[in-house]
Design a protein. Structure first.
Length: 178
């Protein structure tokens, strides 16, 4: 029996599978395909709507949002079929998004609980964010902190991910583990 299931595909395998599986013309180029242990996120660029030269910024913003919403509604059934295939093949949920101009909208994405142990100074940081109205809860405050670190340390995190990829490659080239 031929088992096409691959629960730990490489980024290149994921990008290749989606590039080959998505209908031609959905996006104006290859989609961005990002993955972690729980989710595969596929985000494609849509062509910008044609507008009159004197269109206002509000008109442009509305047109971009309408293009994304139209794509979401028009492709829903087919995206769901593709997501079901990918979930069977890769063992992860698939989420979608679209970008048009400077607008990016993620449709339904996975929200995964994360358990952590925090000492008082760390809890105090989260509680301060909640009390100041920056976050609704400690959980929301922790997610806010993670996004802030990701935004300000993006290059360092990229270097760290690249190093981990190299480590996995070297491990894979090593002796078989029994």
């Amino acid at each position: 029996m031929n088992d096409d299931r691959n629960p730990s595909p490489t980024d290149d395998e994921l990008k290749g599978w989606f590039a080959g599986r998505l209908p031609v013309g959905w996006f104006s180029g290859p989609p961005a395909v990002d993955a972690d242990r729980e989710e595969i996120l596929v985000v494609g660029d849509l062509p910008e709507p044609e507008l009159l030269a004197d269109a206002t910024p509000e008109t442009r913003e509305t047109a971009l949002a309408a293009r994304i919403q139209g794509f979401r509604e028009d492709t829903r059934a087919q995206r769901m079929r593709i997501a079901d295939e990918a979930q069977l093949r890769f063992g992860r949920r698939v989420s979608w998004g679209a970008r048009c101009g400077d607008q990016k909208v993620l449709f339904t994405t996975v929200s995964v609980p994360s358990m952590t142990r925090l000492r008082m100074p760390e809890r105090r940081v989260l509680d301060t964010l909640v009390e100041a109205g920056v976050a609704r809860s400690r959980s929301h405050a922790l997610a806010w902190c993670v996004r802030l670190v990701a935004r300000h340390q993006d290059e360092w995190l990229k270097d760290l991910r690249d190093a981990l990829t190299r480590v996995e490659k070297v491990r894979g080239e090593g002796p078989e583990q029994g």
